[in-house]
Design a protein around this ligand. Structure first.
Ligand code: NAD
Length: 357
């Protein structure tokens, strides 16, 4: 897409959202409006490479605030919405589901209504712009539930069977998006992706937690027996897939995104320990730090994605293997100590830049 359009990114200060913003600014001519509430998971320091770019704007707002969302659409007149704002951590959803229902379900419905009103008004004021408008909802493979005991892969036809409050809230939001397409004709697209990893990942998640604990000589807590299988994708590969779907995907379609990297959690931790042994050698083995802790309730045993549709129809494929992506990730954490230290000590939340909407 040579010509410049305006992308409204929700949750652009998060892990995946910030990768999408960096991708759009670095590799396209599009304008980006990043709307984010800046919860604990939002970190503007992940956007320091783009914050002074003239094509980038940050607006601090809550997607549950209907008036703010309406104003946002009217003021910025987006061509494409990429909706990533969500509560995203499964363990937090088990401890306190309410915020997940609020942001993931209610927030998505508020955003859909603001988008619909804006798109309808465009149909009279700017029919060509209305015809090109797209709403891309970003979701997870966890909506499909558990593949325990099978060799099956999730396809776009797999029935929904979410297990956790997080995945149930994401499943609900996917259903809302499909309903807005089917009932109101809103031009939507949905993607469901496997577990992401890479730079700027919040240290509560498995891979950064293990890297940082290992460096600090702290125990590496592995749930249950560590045999849960996840399919891992490097976040920058995901960001490229998302931009491709948002710009070239067929309206009304769902695309699964994954990296063909099924690994048990224990394999992931072992690989990390071995990488650290090579990059930051020490006398004892990092593997000695592994401790097995009580399993998460309702823990799904296996997720695996069939990503053949996006590969076939849009020509996307991951650039990183699990080994190359994990090496880049460990090297990034070693080189960016100040980023994660400011997350760990809370100072990343001290400076809140940008306007309030
Ligand atoms: P994240 O938790 O790192 O980021 C979420 C962002 O949304 C944060 O910046 C937060 O401040 C913002 N936010 C939260 N509530 C908001 C609200 N009410 N209004 C405005 N902003 C709000 O999450 P992530 O890992 O980057 O995931 C992004 C999206 O991708 C989510 O929708 C998630 O379900 C989906 N997803 C994540 C993964 C993964 O492995 N991380 C995999 C597949 C899909």
């Amino acid at each position: 897409q040579g010509n410049s359009r305006t992308f409204l990114i929700t949750g652009g200060a998060g892990f995946i959202g910030s990768a999408v913003v960096r991708e759009l600014i670095a590799n396209t001519q599009h304008h980006v409006v990043n709307v984010d509430k800046l919860t604990y998971a939002g970190n503007l320091e992940s956007l320091s490479s783009v914050e002074h770019n003239e094509r980038y704007t940050f607006v601090r707002a809550d997607i549950c605030n209907a008036a703010a969302m309406q104003q946002l659409f009217e003021h910025h007149q987006p061509d494409v919405v990429m909706h990533l704002a969500a509560e995203s951590h499964v363990d937090r959803s088990i401890d306190g589901p309410a915020e997940f229902i609020q942001t993931n379900v209610v927030g998505t419905s508020v955003l859909l209504e603001a988008a619909r009103a804006y798109w309808k008004s465009l149909q009279t004021s700017a029919p060509e712009k209305a015809a090109g408008f797209r709403f891309h909802h970003i979701s997870t493979d966890e909506v499909y539930g558990d593949l325990e005991g099978t060799t099956d892969l999730f396809t776009e036809q797999t029935p929904y069977a979410p297990s956790s409050p997080y995945s149930a809230s994401k499943a609900s939001s996917d259903h809302l998006v499909r309903a807005w397409q089917r009932t109101y004709g809103l031009p939507t697209l949905i993607t469901n992706c496997s577990n992401n990893y890479g730079p700027y990942h919040f240290p509560e998640k498995l891979i950064p937690l293990m890297i940082l604990n290992a460096l600090a000589g702290k125990p590496l807590p592995v749930y249950g027996n560590g045999q849960q299988i996840r399919d891992w994708l490097f976040v920058e590969d995901h960001a490229r897939a998302l931009v491709q779907v948002a710009t070239q995907g067929a309206i009304g379609e769902t695309y699964n995104i994954g990296g063909h990297n099924e690994k048990t959690n224990l394999e992931v931790v072992h690989t990390l320990c071995d990488l650290l042994q090579e990059l930051v050698p020490k006398e004892t083995s990092y593997r000695d730090l592994i401790t097995f802790v009580q399993d998460r309730p309702g823990h799904d045993l296996r997720y695996a994605i069939d990503a053949s549709k996006i590969e076939r129809e849009l020509g996307w494929e991951p650039q990183e293997t699990f080994e190359t992506g994990l090496r880049k990730t460990v090297q990034w954490y070693l080189a960016n100590q100040s980023w994660w230290q400011r997350v760990q000590d809370g100072s990343y939340q001290g400076e809140r830049l940008g306007a309030n909407a």
